[in-house]
Design a protein around this ligand. Structure first.
Ligand code: HAM
Length: 418
C-alpha cells in the first residue's frame, strides 16, 4: 500500500472544522488590521532562498527540498514566505501602487527536518509582511496581531520574547567583539559552529548543542551594543507592548534562524507543545528588498505554524468547535419515495438549506441513526399515513418537538429550517 510521505499529514474531515475556524478568524483579524491576502507559487528558483534566507542558515544548508526540473533549472519548494512575498512585491512593483504594502498569507511550507510532534516536513504557516515603513509601531503591530490571534484561540501558556539585532553596521562591530570573545574557545566549539565562526558567526547562537550553548551564554550581548536608532525603536516596541497589556521578555540570544533580520526580532513560545515551543516568529528585515534586487524599502513581518498552534489548542483544550452539521436530514419512511425525496432535497438546496438523505436503501431506524450521527438540526419524515394525506412530519432534533406540515405549504419550511 502506498502511504503518505514521512513528515506530511492528511487533514481529515474530522479535523477540518478547527482549520476552517482558524482560517476564518485569521481572515477576519487581518481585515481588521487592513492586510490583503497574497498567494505565491509553491516552488521558486532556488537562488531566491539562498540569497534571501542566507547560505549559512539551517534552512538553506540542510532543510530545503531542492530539485532540478527537466530544463535543469534548480527549483525549491518554499520553506518560508518572506522571500517569495518580497520577490512578488518587487516583480509586480507593489510598492509603486501604495507606499506601505500590508500583506498576509496562509500557505503550506516545506522543510526537510526530522519529524516529531509539532515538526513536519510539509506544514502550514500564516503570516504577515508589511513593506515600506521603518516605524517600530509596525513591529508592535506584528506582535499584537500574532498574540491577539493566539489569545482568541484561548491559548494561555504563552511567552513573548523580543530582541534587537541592530543595524548591519552595529552588527559588524558586534561580530568583531564576538569573534574576539570566541577566538580562544574556538577549538571547543562543534564542527558546525567552528565553520560558522568564519562564515556567519551570529549563527552560532542557533546551535542546539549544549557545549556550544555553554560557551555562547557568556558572550557579549548584541543588545548592549546597539546604535541609537535601534535602541530608540526597541524602547518604542517595549512601551507599546506594555500599553497593549502584552507581557514580554527580552531574550538576548534570539537571533532567529534566518539571515535577513535587522533590529527587532520576536518569537511567541507555548509551554503546551512539547519540544517545539515556537508558535510564531518574526521581525524586521530592512535590507531584504534591496538584497533581492528591489528598491530599498524597510519591512517587518512574522509567520506562525498552524499545526503547532492547533496542537497547543488541543493540549490546552482551548477550542470547542462543534462538528458542522446539516440543517435537515430527509427520512424515507416508505420505499418508492426515493425520487420524491431527491426532488425535495434539490428544492431545499436551492433555498440554501443544507440537507442530505439516504442513498443506501437503509431502514427508517438506520436512517434515524445516521441523522443522529450527523448531528442534524431537523429531520423531515416523508411517507407513512401522513404522506398519504399530503402531510410531512418535521422533528426538531434538539427539543424533540414534532410538527406537521402540509405539502401545499412546503415553502413555509424554508424560513424554519435555516
Ligand atoms: P520561522 O521561525 O522559520 O520564521 O517559522 C515560523 C513558524 O513556523 C515557527 O515558529 C513554527 O511555528 C512554524 N514552523 C517552522 N518550521 C516548522 C516545521 N518543520 N513544522 C511545523 N511548524 C514549523 C519564518 O518562516 C519567517 N518567514 C517569519 C517571518 C516573516 N519573519 C519576517 N516575516
Amino acid at each position: 500500500m502506498i502511504k503518505s510521505i514521512t513528515g506530511t499529514k492528511d487533514i481529515l474531515p474530522a479535523d477540518i472544522a478547527k482549520w476552517q475556524y482558524l482560517e476564518e478568524l485569521l481572515r477576519e483579524t487581518f481585515r481588521l488590521f487592513n492586510y490583503k491576502e497574497i498567494r505565491t507559487p509553491v516552488f521558486e528558483e532556488t537562488a531566491l532562498f539562498i540569497r534571501g534566507i542566507g547560505e549559512e542558515t539551517d534552512i538553506v544548508g540542510k532543510e530545503m527540498y531542492t530539485f532540478k526540473d527537466r530544463s535543469e533549472t534548480s527549483l525549491t519548494l518554499k520553506p518560508e514566505m518572506t522571500a517569495p512575498v518580497v520577490r512578488s512585491y518587487i516583480e509586480h512593483s507593489l510598492g509603486a501602487q501604495q507606499p506601505l504594502t500590508k500583506l498576509f498569507y496562509i500557505s503550506p511550507m516545506f522543510r526537510q527536518e526530522r519529524p516529531q510532534a509539532g515538526r513536519l516536513r510539509q506544514f502550514n504557516q500564516f503570516g504577515a509582511e508589511a513593506i515600506g515603513s521603518r516605524s517600530p509601531l509596525l513591529d508592535t503591530e506584528m506582535i499584537q496581531l500574532a498574540y491577539g490571534i493566539l489569545k482568541s484561540l484561548g491559548l494561555n501558556n504563552l511567552t513573548v520574547k523580543i530582541n534587537s539585532l541592530g543595524t548591519p553596521e552595529t552588527r559588524e562591530t558586534y561580530k568583531k567583539l564576538l569573534k574576539n570573545y570566541l577566538e580562544d574557545k574556538k577549538s571547543l566549539l562543534s564542527e558546525d559552529s567552528r565553520r560558522r565562526f568564519d562564515t556567519n558567526i551570529l549563527r552560532i547562537f542557533d546551535s542546539k548543542i549544549e557545549s556550544d550553548q555553554t560557551i555562547i551564554k557568556d558572550a557579549p550581548k548584541l543588545i548592549e551594543h546597539l546604535d541609537d536608532e535601534s535602541k530608540q525603536d526597541f524602547e518604542v516596541v517595549k512601551n507599546q507592548l506594555s500599553k497593549a497589556g502584552i507581557p514580554f521578555q527580552i531574550d538576548t540570544a534570539l537571533v532567529r534562524g534566518l539571515d535577513y533580520y535587522t533590529k527587532l526580532t520576536f518569537e511567541i513560545d507555548s509551554g503546551s507543545v512539547g519540544a517545539q515551543t515556537a508558535l510564531c516568529g518574526g521581525g524586521r528585515y530592512d535590507l531584504l528588498i534591496e538584497t533581492l534586487g528591489g528598491k530599498a524599502a524597510p519591512a517587518t513581518g512574522f509567520a506562525a505554524g498552524i499545526e503547532r498552534i492547533l496542537l497547543a489548542c488541543e493540549n490546552e483544550k482551548s477550542l470547542n468547535i462543534p462538528d458542522q452539521s446539516i440543517d435537515v436530514y430527509l427520512i424515507r419512511v416508505d420505499s418508492g419515495l426515493e425520487d420524491k425525496i431527491a426532488e425535495f432535497a434539490s428544492v431545499l438546496r436551492t433555498q440554501n438549506i443544507s440537507c442530505d438523505y439516504d442513498y443506501l436503501n437503509r431502514s427508517v431506524k438506520a436512517q434515524m441513526r445516521e441523522a443522529n450521527k450527523m448531528n442534524t438540526k431537523y429531520v423531515l419524515f416523508v411517507g407513512g399515513d401522513e404522506y398519504k394525506k399530503e402531510l410531512l412530519k418535521l422533528k426538531d432534533m434538539s427539543s424533540g418537538v414534532e410538527e406537521i406540515i402540509a405539502l401545499s405549504e412546503f415553502n413555509t419550511l424554508y424560513a424554519k429550517l435555516k
